[in-house]
Write a protein that binds this ligand. Structure first.
Ligand code: PMP
Length: 307
């Protein structure tokens, strides 16, 4: 089997040698942050296309800033080292890229972030489709409130905050749903467990505003741009309540992992006619073609990696 590499603290090392000590602050206290990037295999062009790598690294640097973690590379260097890693681990398969920046200090008693040492790594793994439900998914409104900017900032993609995600997702699974939708403490709809949310109502598209407690998704910004440019529809950033989801014509979730995920039922209520809506279908089609390099107008979002 082909050897797999991981980038860790300055070097590419075989995956089995990429080991982090058990006492590491990030592991003990969740003081890490991360990114998630997809690279798509194009059979036609015989290459991988990494999607919006630059924007993902810009966000990662901003996440790290909140935790006083300095990533010792420029955005350009991060993109280049990721390209090298993709080449080393090249597969003719869609790939998920996971960069992470962490408090590598072995002190268990200090919580003074600026004084703690930092680490940085990237690994890749094969990743196919997020769900096996092409007919759309069934979601519930989570009973777990989303973390907020003044507790653990959701904007910063902090590892420890994914406990909130895990609790919500587990509740969904136990209840027989596919996905959880978070509300904030005022009852405003925020996002899915790891996806941003859009609703369609009377040919207008709505999404919670960026000043709410949501992650500023790269897919969210991609979809907002596509909806306006390709479909000529308006996207309004507006807070919404759960009933607005029940009454929407269409609901879909978007994220790097999930891509464009139609939601056909929420809390047992059909969304629209309970089938994937036309606008969602069109967006899915455009997004799928675009990430594989099939729409030239958006090729600046793609980084080509060839063996
Ligand atoms: N919200 C949360 C909480 C997430 O974890 C993710 C996945 N990164 C998203 C939204 C979607 O973000 P992106 O489109 O940048 O992957």
């Amino acid at each position: 089997m082909k050897k797999k590499f991981i980038f860790l603290n300055g070097t590419f090392i075989p995956a089995e040698k990429a080991i982090i000590p058990i006492q590491t602050h990030g592991f003990q206290y969740g003081t890490w942050c991360f990114g998630g990037i997809r690279a798509y295999y194009s059979q036609k062009d015989n290459c991988l296309y990494a999607f919006r790598m630059k924007e993902h690294y810009e966000r990662l640097k901003k996440s790290a800033h909140v935790l006083y973690i300095e990533i010792p590379y420029s955005i350009e260097e991060l993109c280049i080292l990721t390209q090298t890693l993709l080449q080393k681990n090249y597969t003719k398969h869609d790939v998920y890229i996971r960069p992470f920046a962490y408090k590598s200090d072995l002190s268990l008693i200090s919580f003074n972030l600026p004084t703690l040492q930092n680490g940085f790594g990237v690994f890749t793994l094969p990743l196919g489709r997020f769900t096996s439900k092409p007919e759309g998914i069934r979601a519930n409104i989570s009973s777990w409130t989303r973390i907020s900017d003044n507790s653990i900032p959701p904007r910063a993609k902090i590892m420890g905050s994914y406990v909130n995600t895990a609790l919500a997702k587990t509740e969904s699974h136990i209840g027989g749903y596919d996905e959880a939708i978070f509300l904030d403490k005022n009852g405003h709809v925020l996002e899915g467990s790891a996806e941003n949310i859009f609703i369609v109502l009377d040919n207008t598209i709505y999404t919670p505003p960026s000043y709410d407690d949501i992650l500023q998704g790269i897919t969210r910004s991609t979809i907002s741009e596509l909806v306006q440019k390709e479909l000529g529809l308006m996207v309004k950033e507006q807070s919404m309540n759960r009933t607005q989801l029940y009454q929407a014509d269409e609901v879909f979730l978007v994220g790097t992992g999930a891509e464009v995920l139609p939601v056909i039922q929420i809390d047992g209520r059909n969304i629209g006619n309970g089938r994937i809506g036309d606008i969602t279908k069109q967006i899915q089609k455009i997004y799928t073609a675009l990430v594989r390099g099939e729409i030239k107008a958006y090729s600046s979002w793609l980084t080509k990696v060839q063996k």
